[in-house]
Design a protein around this ligand. Structure first.
Ligand code: SF4
Ligand code: SF4
Length: 349
């Protein structure tokens, strides 16, 4: 890996070089009732529009590579019969500017599923292929537990990663394209003082985590506790609203609907992200629902993330971003659910 130091003022030049592409980054969108600033990813045209000191966005940047709704192909009747047009939705390279380590690691996890042969998701792959990612370090919120999931730092999955150090940034360069762009700028080599400052920043950040999740032997414990009453208790709280999947950077389940126009002259195939917590997620043709109760659906979500995915990829499908807990209307969050499965109490049921 190559390390450099860039002055904060040079970052504007870097942004301008990238601005021939569509740039997406964290933008302040308003304030919560308690005064907390609310951020979300959006298209920006100037570095000043970015809030790089954001704590967490409401949504991940998912809609730029896994749109919530997309028409994947359309059909029309022409002179020679049906014609099919496939739209991969990758019109212009996208720069994701300011992604935190958790969200970069979420992309790495999605890649394992959605780019894997023999059935890669070509719509996702097309968008990912033209993506440039600028990572940025963060200050953990009380809901964050990425350190427990091993996703609090980045070793791959972005082009470069920025850590602010006073009026400069410590730059970790991961790709040759990032290196060649940065060659046009005024960067300096880091010295031992910079290395020390970087390590101090990493250490200071570690001490800010408050949420804890004990993942040791978790897959085994989940196997043992499959019939635990805690699932009934959490199921009673869950409203089956699907918000947790909507805000989760690693949830990728979807449904496909084929729509035919009344005049039969055209049709389309629409893919829509879905949530395993929604009532009809496990409903099949004929009307049978394999998971008709919220406890089963909620449990399924936890077992996919912390048991099934671990078995397949030796890592959990959760990066500890805390968004599901922050946005859950029933106040259900991963640290408390996992603690209860490990023998803790389920509160306020
Ligand atoms: S866990 Fe929370 S966010 Fe998820 S479906 Fe249930 S109530 Fe909605
Ligand atoms: S399950 Fe929750 S904490 Fe884990 S990655 Fe998804 S939104 Fe973040």
């Amino acid at each position: 890996m190559i390390f450099k130091i860039i002055a904060a003022r040079e970052l504007a030049l870097f942004f301008d070089i990238l601005a021939v592409n569509k740039i997406v980054g964290p933008v302040k969108k308003g304030s919560a009732a308690d005064g907390r600033a609310l951020y979300d990813f959006d298209v920006v045209y100037d570095l000043a529009e970015l809030s790089l000191d954001f704590d967490q966005t409401i949504h991940p940047a998912k809609k730029y590579f896994l749109p919530y709704l997309e028409e994947t192909c359309s059909f029309a009747i022409r002179d020679k019969g049906w014609e099919k047009e496939v739209d991969y939705g990758a019109y212009r390279p996208v720069v994701l500017f300011g992604l935190h380590a958790c969200d970069i690691n979420a992309l790495n996890k999605l890649d394992k599923v959605l780019l894997a042969e023999p059935y890669p998701n070509r719509f996702y792959a097309a968008k990912r292929a033209s993506m440039f990612i600028v990572g940025h370090s963060c200050q953990p919120t009380p809901a964050c537990f990425c350190h427990a999931m091993g996703t609090d730092s980045v070793l791959q999955g972005c082009d470069l990663f920025l850590t602010p150090m006073g009026d400069e940034y410590f730059v970790e360069i991961f790709s040759s394209r990032a290196y060649h762009i940065l060659e046009n700028l005024n960067l300096r080599e880091p010295g031992s003082k910079d290395h020390k400052l970087f390590q101090e920043a990493v250490e200071a950040r570690k001490n800010l985590f408050t949420a804890e999740v004990d993942t040791s032997d978790l897959t085994k414990i989940l196997d043992m506790e499959f019939d635990s009453p805690v699932w009934d208790q959490w199921g009673e709280k869950c409203l089956s609203c699907g918000t947790c999947a909507q805000v989760c950077p690693t949830c990728y389940c979807y449904g496909v609907e084929e729509v035919v126009a009344m005049d039969m002259a055209s049709a389309g195939k629409i893919r829509q992200l879905y949530s395993c917590n929604l009532l009809d997620f496990a409903e099949v043709a004929g009307g049978h629902n394999f998971r008709p109760e919220s406890r089963g659906r909620l449990k399924y979500r936890y077992y996919h993330k912390h048991r099934g995915f671990v078995e397949a990829f030796e890592e959990a499908l959760c990066v500890g971003c805390g968004r599901c807990g922050t946005n859950c209307l029933a106040d259900i969050n991963v640290p408390e659910v996992i603690a209860s499965v490990r023998g803790g109490e389920v509160e306020d049921v």
